[in-house]
Design a protein around this ligand. Structure first.
Ligand code: ATP
Length: 523
């Protein structure tokens, strides 16, 4: 992965995927699409599912009618709090500035930093030492109070004795202000507000506004799910932790429509199923957890939400980052797009109105209810939404896969190697083909094998350098199998297949090779 526009100094919060990265991310998306949508067998009842169900796909536009965002709530509610530093002129997300209390020379101050969790102790120490003008030998005059807390937990009086991350004087933070995360643009030649539109901050709304189109153009019946993968944009105040929080990213979302009476069962089903998906692709239970939101944490539309979280190595010990949210959204979205923006604070939900009693944002006026053919019952479906980030999932798979171990080189001596233990389904390169030496007809046979395999999967050909070094290069790229053509291959038509993880080499006949590799990678 490279920083976007790197030769011009880069753009904060934007990332490009290089030749291996693009394959890995595409494999993550393809695995999701295959497992959740295209490969879904609607005739069997999956374990834990209340009944059988159908899945279909959609691909919606990034720019949508501005009214979509008014009725979804994003126009009024999709904001974070930010603070500015009057001294450094830098802007920070209120809840992301972390710091700790320290006293020296009869003064108690709160020292903050935005550096990564593993360096924040040293960074706050360095800042406090500078602030109190202490020499290195006098640092033990600093009396620290335990633990880091985020700035939004402090009182306004405490803000006055806070040292901002890039400031030298105290109390330079402004009061927190709301900041809408949607990117605004203008459509067509109109540059005024009539042409204003927003880049979607989530793919979900495209599915809701097409609910009726899907019902009318297919024969799906409730319960069913609609899947979509696509770019989303959020003008994050402080993008960080590599691709974990960026301003342009990809989501993999499902809106699952069901009868309200069955929605609690489906919520549980999707929570468990999505958790298992990450396990099946290699994330270990040691770093993965499912966290149910507390009632006061729930989004404005939600009757229940659980996050699938991963203990990314760049987070502080014991902290987790969200990979996916599974939300029970009730009928909030369909009803808002039908009737007008609903008031999320009211139970039961009713139209949100301005002070003079007018509807705050009008809905489409279209009928987005569902009629059950068998029972003749008409209702607004409930929705379960498993919403995942492709970039975050990929980052978690990368972190989990990174290993250093020992493997023998060509002389049998043990050497340290970096190996990416990626699940074969998502590995960027499935197999590499090597001629042991560049002579005696070995390259010709290796190239033929390479050409045959290339029709089925992404394979790599390498004839340069010692074979041990070629193996290690593939270990670093996460390639699960290395195929070597040697002297024996020319005699009996077999090659060796080396397994990246076990290092076991087996001889396989060239005629069975494609099928064997396909079976091993599970395609
Ligand atoms: P966070 O609390 O981390 O900002 P969120 O709760 O706002 O995330 P959702 O709105 O639930 O995120 O979005 C669903 C998924 O989209 C997230 O679980 C994550 O995988 C992905 N996602 C959201 N924001 C970003 C981002 N800025 N960069 C990369 N992925 C993101």
């Amino acid at each position: 992965m490279f920083q976007s526009s790197e030769i011009y100094g880069g753009m904060n919060g934007f990332w490009d995927y290089g030749p291996l990265g693009v394959e890995l991310k595409r494999n993550v998306k393809n695995a999701w699409w295959q497992d959740m949508c295209a490969g879904h067998n609607e005739l069997i009842q999956l374990e834990g599912a209340p009944s059988t169900f159908e899945m279909v796909g959609l691909d919606c536009t990034i720019l949508m009618h501005p009214q979509v965002w008014k009725c979804s709530g994003h126009y009024d509610l999709f904001h974070d709090f930010m603070v500015d530093c009057r001294e450094s002129k830098k802007r920070y997300r209120f809840d992301q500035v972390r710091g700790r209390w320290v006293s020296a020379k009869s003064q108690r101050i709160f020292v903050t930093t935005m550096v990564e969790a593993d360096t924040e102790v040293e960074e706050t120490q360095r800042k406090a030492q500078k602030f109190f003008n202490l020499r290195a030998k006098d640092v033990d005059q600093l009396v620290w109070e335990s633990g880091f807390v985020s700035l939004d937990k402090l009182t306004p009086e405490e803000h006055a004795v806070t040292l901002a991350p890039d400031a030298n004087t105290l109390g330079t933070f402004t009061a927190p202000r709301e900041f809408n995360l949607m990117f605004k643009t203008y459509v067509g030649a109109l540059s005024g507000e009539e042409g204003a539109a927003f880049l979607r901050p989530e793919t979900a709304q495209g599915i809701f506004v097409n609910f009726k189109n899907v019902l009318d153009s297919t024969r799906v019946k409730i319960p069913f799910g609609v899947a979509q993968i696509g770019k989303s944009f959020r003008n994050e105040i402080t993008p960080r932790n590599f691709t974990f929080r960026s301003r342009e990213f990809e989501q993999m979302e499902i809106e699952f429509f069901c009868n309200p009476t069955e929605s609690p069962g489906w919520y549980t089903y999707w929570r468990n199923r999505r958790m298992q998906w990450y396990r099946d692709l290699g994330l270990s239970d040691k770093r993965l957890r499912l966290r149910e939101h507390h009632a006061d944490e729930l989004s404005h539309y939600s009757c229940g939400t659980a996050d699938i979280e991963y203990a990314f190595p760049f987070l502080a010990e014991g902290e987790y980052g969200e990979l996916e949210g599974i939300a029970h959204r009730g009928d909030f979205d369909l009803r808002s797009h039908m009737e007008g923006k609903l008031d999320p604070k009211k139970r039961p939900l009713e139209l949100e109105r301005t002070e003079d009693g007018q509807p705050k944002h009008r809905g489409s006026g279209r009928d987005l209810t569902y009629r059950d053919d068998l029972t003749n019952e008409r209702y607004t479906p409930h929705v379960i939404e498993p919403s995942a980030g492709a970039d975050r999932a990929m980052l978690a798979f990368l972190c989990e896969a990174y290993t250093e171990d020992e493997a023998p080189d060509e002389d049998g001596k043990m050497q340290t190697r970096v190996v990416m233990r990626l699940h074969p389904r998502i590995a960027p390169i499935k197999a590499a083909v090597f001629p042991l030496v560049k002579k005696d007809g070995m390259p010709e046979l290796a190239q033929k094998i390479y050409g045959d395999l290339k029709k089925h999967m992404n394979v790599f050909y390498d004839e340069k350098g010692a074979v041990g070094r070629r193996y290690r290069r593939q270990d670093e790229a996460g390639t699960p199998y290395c195929i070597t053509v040697d002297g024996q291959s020319l005699v009996d038509g077999t090659v060796t297949v080396r397994d990246r993880d076990t290092l076991v080499q087996t001889r396989i006949s060239v005629s069975e090779l494609t099928q064997e590799i396909k079976t091993r990678i599970g395609s």
